[in-house]
Design a protein around this ligand. Structure first.
Ligand SMILES: [Zn+2]
Length: 133
């Protein structure tokens, strides 16, 4: 089973603060039957995480899980605030795709963001730029 949305990386958003807490969360996921976890740290103005940081932490966590014999693979991703979409360069946005692939981007919607940023316009603009060409 794959979990496509999890704040499992340590110290970069409102998820675990330490690597030990990340390992504990991974153990809970394995107990629930999950074998693949896509790390989706927040990418927004308050926590402007980038793909290089996420990739480094995914590697660190996977190495630690291997050392502790926790049978779980963590893949990179991100939960990108709709208000932050237009600020991310296309290549960086591709690197933030779910599971490390560029085809699927996880966008966080919020009522406040929709009011400030014209509803779903940032998502429609993104689609126009990358899908409808
Ligand atoms: Zn989330």
């Amino acid at each position: 089973m794959i979990d496509l949305h999890c704040h499992v990386l340590p110290g970069i958003d409102d998820g675990p603060e330490t690597l030990e807490e990340s390992v504990a969360l991974a153990r809970v996921a394995v107990d629930a039957g999950i074998d693949t976890l896509v790390a989706t740290p927040h990418v927004n103005s308050r926590t402007p995480n980038d793909s290089a940081t996420i990739a480094r932490l995914v590697d660190t966590l996977n190495q630690r899980l291997d050392e502790e014999h926790v049978d779980l693979e963590v893949l990179p991703g991100g939960e990108i605030a709709i208000s932050h979409l237009a600020e991310i360069e296309p290549q960086e946005l591709s690197r933030l795709g779910l599971g490390g692939g560029p085809q699927v981007v996880h966008v966080r919607l919020s009522q406040r963001c929709q009011q400030r940023h014209g509803g779903l316009r940032p998502v429609r603009d993104l689609r126009r730029q990358h899908v409808d060409r």
